[in-house]
Design a protein around this ligand. Structure first.
Ligand code: FES
Ligand SMILES: [Fe+2]
Length: 438
């Protein structure tokens, strides 16, 4: 990869190519559960900017630059009270839109609060997720129709990773690693006949079909199943930094994963899943009942720091908890038990920003090269010609993306097979909460 491509893809701060591009979209900022009315403000690092999130007494969400516009004391220290956040330095108070609503340290006849404003971003909340808009449009674009976030009882969790957003995201669109990093110790006999992971274990070198899509890029990885049908794993990249991963039942579940760049060397994963067979234990275990994923993510306790939320207990300094005996005995192929920590270890081990000039990409990386190219073209088209990024003015396009695995007749046209599967799938939102198939 050329140096300027590498820089344009990986840097996300204000004024960078990718930073300007990402700011055209609504950005996932925090889980709804992370801020309570009149609760402590939350430090957020988003695209290299230090922000404060709070929920006022009425439940409205404010996301502000953390610096008080008076003399830059951090509003993190502020008092969240009576529908506003009050700076503890001189008592100026700001509402969720950033308006200064009280200036008690200034004599009444010199008060200029109506002219003062904190730097505030527009916010939205949908189901389990808080969103922030950091672009400069007066007229807001719609929230993207990302299906997993349209399901009212979807589940969400976060995990912070200490590396550039791109290398973290690329793990999600790299099906070939699953047969090794996650499933290298499994044999077909370990899994039920209809287990979605079984074809991966039967054939660890899939072939790919890749294409651009209205929402980004998509791939289908295919390999013959042992019943004569073709196994497909279909997955997506969605602008600007979302994925849908294939390791679920296509017909009944929806997943979306945001790799929100906190800055150039830290990324926050928001993982949202929902669907009718959510949590079906049969698919997270082997035939003998032993878990596939090696238990829950070992988190470090959250702190209130800029990089304090949803960190893993292990990192480079503890070798990500690798257990050489478990590796040798094939308890886990990697020697690392938890599936998210397996991903965490390999992508953090690349370094804070992976050196893309050092890579030697292979045919199994075709989705990665396609996605990098699509991102670069779209980001530069916005910078150079003002071409509105895909999905900003047409947020419904994201609803056409659904990931998962299925078996299909061999030789069928893969995009036609995808359309058929999508038509038969259970979709959300559903009127009156009823399950419908379209
Ligand atoms: S610095 Fe915030 S009120 Fe003075
Ligand atoms: Fe993975």
């Amino acid at each position: 990869m050329k140096v300027n491509d590498h820089v344009d893809l990986t840097r996300v701060g204000p004024g960078t190519v990718m930073g300007k591009f990402m700011r055209q979209y609504w950005i996932p900022a925090a889980m709804s559960s992370e801020i309570e009315p009149d609760g402590a403000p939350l430090r957020l690092m988003v695209l290299g900017e230090k922000l404060i999130a709070f929920r006022d007494s009425a439940g409205r969400i404010g996301i502000l630059d953390h610096r008080c516009p008076h003399r830059c004391a951090s509003l993190f220290l502020g008092r969240n009270e009576q529908n506003g956040l009050r700076c503890i330095y001189h008592g100026w108070k700001f509402d969720a839109d950033g308006n200064c609503v009280d200036m008690p340290s200034v004599p009444a006849h010199q008060d200029f609060k109506s002219k003062e404003k904190a730097k505030a971003y527009r916010t939205a909340e949908r189901n389990v997720l808080i969103w922030v808009y950091m672009g400069d449009r007066d007229q807001l674009p719609g929230l993207p129709s990302i299906e997993a976030n349209l399901i009212p009882d979807s589940r969400i969790w976060c995990l912070q990773r200490s590396c550039n957003w791109l290398q973290a995201l690329e793990g999600d669109i790299d099906t070939a690693h699953v047969g090794f990093l996650h499933a290298g110790a499994l044999t077909p006999d370990d899994l039920d006949e209809d287990h979605p992971m079984r074809p991966t274990v039967l054939n660890r070198a899939p072939e790919y079909r890749v294409t651009d899509a209205d929402w980004g890029t998509m791939y289908g990885a295919y390999r013959p199943n042992d019943d004569g049908r073709m196994s497909w794993r279909v997955a997506h990249f969605m602008f600007p930094f979302w994925t849908q991963t294939p390791n679920i039942r296509f017909a009944t579940r929806a997943v979306a994963r945001a790799w929100m760049p906190m800055d150039d060397t830290h990324v926050m994963l928001f993982d949202i899943t929902g669907g009718v067979d959510e949590g079906n234990p049969a698919y997270s275990t082997r035939k003998d009942g032993r878990p596939l994923c090696g238990g829950p993510i070992p988190y470090a306790p959250n702190t209130s720091g800029w990089f304090g939320r949803w960190c893993a207990r292990d990192g480079e300094e503890t070798d990500w908890g690798i257990n050489r005996e478990a590796q040798r005995s094939n308890l886990h192929y990697s020697g690392i038990g938890n599936v998210s920590m397996q991903d965490q270890a390999v992508t953090e081990s690349m370094g804070p920003i992976s050196d893309h000039e050092f890579e030697h990409l292979s045919p199994s990386d075709i989705m990665i090269t396609r996605t990098r190219r699509r991102l670069l073209f779209a980001a530069r088209a916005w910078r150079d010609k003002g071409v509105i990024p895909d999905g900003v003015d047409d947020p419904a396009v994201f609803f056409q993306a659904r990931s998962g695995s299925y078996l299909h007749e061999p030789l069928a046209d893969w995009s036609e097979a995808y359309r058929q599967q999508l038509q038969q799938a259970v979709r959300w939102p559903q009127p009156n909460g009823a399950q419908i198939a379209r």
